[in-house]
Write a protein that binds this ligand. Structure first.
Ligand code: URA
Length: 210
């Protein structure tokens, strides 16, 4: 099976972890990408946000959520009363998965990671959760939800609620608040309504922090 486990150094701090992740060959996704996109942000964050995987911009720049979805997310966090600079943000999968479609020339089109790739990358996410020890983990979309809560997770049913991660699960008993992926706002016909739903879910995070 694919797994990042042998690449994750034991007892490493965040910067050693990031360095090691740069060389991860735990699944085939590294082959066609520019670089590993590891988590970033405040190591003392009370709130950790988990996305799906880096997009085109993130792959080029080496940082999570620096593209269009990240702009939406920052605005929504701010509006909900969460300072984006006081969060730690990462992805369930650390490499960009994409395809080319003939009509679109050189453009790299995002492809959802498979369950095998998601579980292969799990050891990095678990190591980040262990070091950050957030009070609340925000699952951005279905992929992050599955990574944190298992494959029975359903974003439409569970978004905006406070869920307790199993003590033995990746979030080690931290509170998990799932919401939609911010890129869903960009794809929606009714952007304002979908954006409003994202902000409302993020307000649940603020309430949970007290
Ligand atoms: N979408 C994600 O899930 N993560 C990113 O880093 C960028 C876009």
């Amino acid at each position: 099976a694919y797994t990042a486990a042998p690449f994750v150094p034991e007892g490493a701090d965040l910067s050693a972890l990031r360095d090691a992740a740069a060389g991860c060959h735990g699944c085939p996704l590294h082959r066609d990408t520019t670089q590993t996109v590891f988590g970033a942000g405040d190591p003392d964050a009370r709130v950790m946000l988990v996305g799906e995987q880096p997009g085109d911009q993130e792959d080029r720049q080496g940082k999570p959520f620096v593209g269009p979805a990240g702009k939406v997310l920052d605005r929504a966090l701010d509006e909900a009363g969460i300072d984006p600079d006081e969060t730690y943000i990462t992805n369930a999968v650390k490499h960009f998965k994409f395809t080319h479609v003939p009509e679109r020339g050189k453009r790299r089109i995002h492809k959802p990671p498979s369950l095998r790739e998601l579980s292969a990358c799990g050891p990095w996410l678990e190591a980040e959760l262990e070091l950050i020890e957030p009070e609340v983990v925000v699952a951005l979309g279905a992929t992050a939800g599955k990574a944190l809560l298992g494959s029975s997770f359903r974003v439409t049913k569970q978004r905006g609620t406070r869920l307790e991660g199993a003590p033995s699960g990746p979030a080690h008993g931290a509170l998990i608040v799932p919401t939609i992926h911010p890129s869903a706002v960009l794809r929606a016909d009714d952007r304002e309504a979908v954006y409003g739903g994202l902000v409302a879910d993020l307000r649940v995070v603020v309430e949970a922090l007290g």
